[in-house]
Design a protein around this ligand. Structure first.
Ligand SMILES: [Zn+2]
Length: 153
């Protein structure tokens, strides 16, 4: 899925994170959406690398004004992808990212068309384009809602 981010230096379309592939600028891109998809498996990280990358992505996403992230971590059946999924679930449940993440929904909890999903879309309409394909839910992803303020729960 394409993401709408533009390099502030050269004006080319670029990825959200990291350097501009066109001019090498490390400035934060100009972003015209508040909902992005992030594949945490890209680059085949170990579990610990994936958890650390997520910390970094969440920091940058907050700076970019992102309000919701579709985190793609793969299914929990087997292999490194499965370990990353369960580690992310555990980290979320242990509030590892609670300073950035206000709420989270596992893909299997919000099948498109259900009440849970409708309530979520009411909060963050930008998620619709990502969720509408998954009428049976998608256990390979987690929806992260970012808050602007620290929540004491
Ligand atoms: Zn550039």
């Amino acid at each position: 899925m394409t993401q709408i981010a533009e390099c502030p230096e050269c004006g080319n379309v670029r990825g959200l994170f990291g350097k501009c592939p066109h001019c090498g600028s490390v400035s934060l891109p100009n972003v015209s959406t508040d909902t992005v998809e992030l594949n945490i498996k890209r680059g085949l990280p170990t579990v610990e690398e994936a958890l650390e990358q997520l910390t970094e992505y969440l920091r940058m996403a907050s700076e970019l004004g992102i309000k919701a992230i579709i985190l793609i971590h793969g299914y929990g059946s087997s292999g490194e992808g499965g370990r990353i999924k369960w580690a992310i679930h555990e980290a979320l449940e242990n509030n590892r990212y609670a300073d950035r993440i206000e709420e989270y929904y596992y893909g299997e909890q919000v099948p498109y068309g259900t009440q849970a999903c409708q309530a979520l879309l009411k909060q963050r309409p930008g998620l619709k384009q990502y969720l509408k394909h998954f009428k049976a839910g998608n256990a390979g992803m987690t929806v992260l809602l970012l808050g602007s303020t620290r929540r004491s729960a």
